[in-house]
Design a protein around this ligand. Structure first.
Ligand code: PHB
Length: 250
């Protein structure tokens, strides 16, 4: 693709524009997008206009920009997350109906836990996960399960970087995270009391492929001091069901 005078390609600029949208920043002006993407104002306005014309961004009556429905449509065709989500939904609905707390599905993506689905009942407690949002691997139950059953290379890369502290209970010492990962492998599940927010405990199990790697994590967010027994029992049963569904020929 053509390079700009600063040397970045049209693809680089397009990606920078799209990445200014986050799970909590979903509406912006073209000027905000330009500033956050590090683009000159005229370039930002032109690029945003072209993306609106192509349907990848939407503009409302007040000139505010959102990610376009056409982009969602194209991205949702991405076969792996869609297939995992479809295989998991019936089991997740059962977990959610029985445990009556938030139930999530996450995959490993670029060394973070990316959430594909979240089911919530109105009376469930706090939960910081968002669909299409991410959480750090060392600080969430889903992340710990994804990391514990990932390739060694991924584990070493994640543990070689600074591990951010989110609460007083987040494990940030690589040796402590290694011990936790060994425990997750031994027990077949992760319990993360207060790791990412003080008031909740995340409980997660892996959905594993034939080689033993986690294809996904199923999790429930409980109030901090709730007993995890029922959630674990339901999650283990659900994971087996999802593993069977994913093993079926498409
Ligand atoms: C977790 O998976 O550990 C987790 C996720 C979201 C929360 C709390 C805990 O809000």
């Amino acid at each position: 693709m053509a390079n700009s005078p600063s040397g970045d390609s049209a693809t680089d600029r397009l990606v920078r524009v799209l990445e200014t949208f986050t799970p909590t920043r979903t509406v912006q002006t073209a000027a905000d997008i330009g500033r956050r993407a590090g683009l000159p104002s005229s370039t930002a306005h032109r690029l945003v206009g072209e993306l609106v014309d192509a349907g990848l961004l939407d503009r409302d009556g007040e000139g505010r920009i959102r990610v376009g429905v056409r982009l969602w449509e194209l991205a949702t065709r991405s076969s792996l997350p869609l297939r995992v989500r479809q295989a998991a939904l019936p089991a997740m609905e059962r977990v959610q109906a029985r445990v009556r707390e938030h139930t999530q599905l996450a995959i490993l993506e670029q060394d973070e836990a990316l959430f594909l689905e979240r089911l919530s009942s109105p009376d469930a407690g706090a939960n910081i996960t968002r669909i299409a949002g991410r959480l750090p691997l060392h600080a969430s139950s889903s992340g710990l399960v994804l990391l514990a059953f990932a390739d060694l290379e991924v584990q070493e890369r994640v543990l070689s970087r600074p591990l951010r502290r989110l609460t007083a209970h987040t494990p940030t010492d690589p040796a402590a995270v290694r011990r936790k990962l060994a425990e997750v492998r031994r027990l077949g599940h992760a319990i993360a009391p207060g790791f990412i927010e003080e008031i909740s405990t995340g409980v997660a199990v892996p959905v594993r492929d034939r080689g033993g790697r986690a294809m996904a994590a199923l999790s429930v967010v409980l109030p901090r001091d709730a007993a995890p027994g029922l959630a674990l029992e339901e999650l283990h049963r659900a994971a087996l069901e999802v593993e069977r569904a994913l093993a079926e020929p498409r």
